[in-house]
Design a protein. Structure first.
Length: 298
C-alpha cells in the first residue's frame, strides 16, 4: 500500500510541479518589490512547525497580513501552491513512519482531495471580501479547535489506527469538508487532528492522514489556482524552496518540541489575523460608500 500511495502522490506532485514552476518562472519579474528574504524565511519557519503538527496556513496568512507582501485575494492560492511540495515531502516521511489501516487512510485522503478540487474552482473566482470573510471565519474555528485542545476539552484520542462503520463515514465526510476549506486558506492539520482524536484514533495516526490528505489534494486543487492566476508566484516559490528544508530539519533533527507555549502564541496570532480580516471588510465597504453615494446623485 505504501508504494501505491507514494506512486500516486509523487505522480500528482510531478504534474503539478511542471505547470506551477513553469508559470512561476514566467511571471518571476512581476513582483520586484517583494524581497526573497521574508518570503523564503516564512516558508522555512512555517513548514518547520507544520511538520511538528502546528500547521502552516494560519501562521503564513498572519505573516502576509502583517507585512502586506501578498494581496488578500490571492492568499488562499499562494498558500495552496507554495506549500504543496513541502507537504508532499512530509507525507512521504510520515507514511513510511506510521502505519494506518489502509481503508481509513485512503478513503480519508480521497474525500479531502475531492472536497478541495470541487472547492478550488469556486474560491479562486470569489470577490476579495468574500475570501476575507471565509478566511476570518475559518481562522476563528481553527483557533477555537486549538484552544479546546489546550484546555483538554477535546477527547485525547484512543489506540485505534483504523475506523469502521459510522465512525469511518463521519471521518470521510469530515475530511471532505476540511479539504474544501483548504481552498479558502484554512489548514487541514489542526481540524483533522481534532477529528481523528474525537473518533478515538491514536494521536500518531493523525500525521499520515493529514499529511497524506494534503499531499494528494493540494497538487490538483492548486492547479486551478495556477490556471486562474489566483496566486502570488514569487511568494509561493519562496514557501516551496525554503519550506522543504524546514520539513527535513524538523523531521530528522528536531522530531519533537514542547509546543504548548507556542500553541498559545499561535492562538493569539490566529485570532488577531481573523479580526484584521473582518476589519478589512468594513474598511473596504466604508471606502466604497462615498463613491456609491456620488454615483447615485449624478
Amino acid at each position: 500500500m505504501y508504494l501505491f500511495l507514494v506512486s500516486i502522490i509523487s505522480l500528482s506532485a510531478l504534474i503539478f510541479a511542471f505547470y506551477y514552476l513553469k508559470d512561476a518562472y514566467k511571471h518571476r519579474k512581476e513582483y520586484p518589490n517583494a524581497s526573497w528574504v521574508p518570503l523564503s524565511g516564512i516558508g522555512f519557519v512555517a513548514n518547520f512547525f507544520d511538520t511538528l503538527g502546528i500547521g502552516s496556513f494560519a501562521t503564513t496568512t498572519a505573516f502576509y497580513k502583517f507585512t502586506k507582501l501578498v494581496d488578500d485575494r490571492v492568499i488562499p492560492g499562494t498558500l495552496n501552491t507554495g506549500l504543496c511540495m513541502p507537504v508532499v515531502a512530509q507525507s512521504l516521511l510520515f507514511l513510511s513512519a506510521v502505519q494506518v489501516e489502509p481503508v481509513t487512510l485512503i478513503s480519508m485522503m480521497a474525500s479531502a482531495t475531492l472536497g478541495a478540487v470541487l472547492g478550488a474552482g469556486v474560491v479562486s473566482k470569489l470577490p476579495v471580501n468574500k475570501i476575507r470573510l471565509g478566511l476570518g471565519s475559518a481562522l476563528l474555528l481553527v483557533a477555537m479547535g486549538i484552544l479546546a485542545g489546550l484546555l483538554n476539552l477535546f477527547p485525547s484520542g484512543g489506540d485505534a489506527f483504523g475506523l469502521t462503520g459510522v465512525k469511518l463515514i463521519v471521518a470521510i465526510a469530515g475530511n471532505f469538508i476540511l479539504g474544501s476549506l483548504m481552498t479558502i486558506g484554512v489548514g487541514l492539520y489542526a481540524p483533522c487532528m481534532a477529528l481523528t482524536y474525537a473518533l478515538g484514533m491514536n494521536p500518531l495516526a493523525a500525521f499520515p492522514i493529514m499529511t497524506g490528505s494534503c499531499a494528494l489534494l493540494q497538487p490538483w486543487a492548486s492547479l486551478k489556482f495556477v490556471k486562474e492566476k489566483a496566486y502570488h508566484p514569487k511568494a509561493a516559490f519562496g514557501l516551496t524552496a525554503a519550506g522543504i528544508f524546514g520539513v527535513l530539519i524538523a523531521f530528522f533533527i528536531v522530531k519533537s518540541l514542547p509546543l504548548t507555549i507556542l500553541k498559545w502564541v499561535i492562538v493569539v496570532v490566529i485570532v488577531y489575523t481573523s479580526v484584521t480580516m473582518f476589519r478589512s471588510i468594513t474598511k473596504r465597504k466604508a471606502a466604497a460608500a462615498p463613491i456609491e453615494t456620488g454615483r447615485s446623485g449624478s
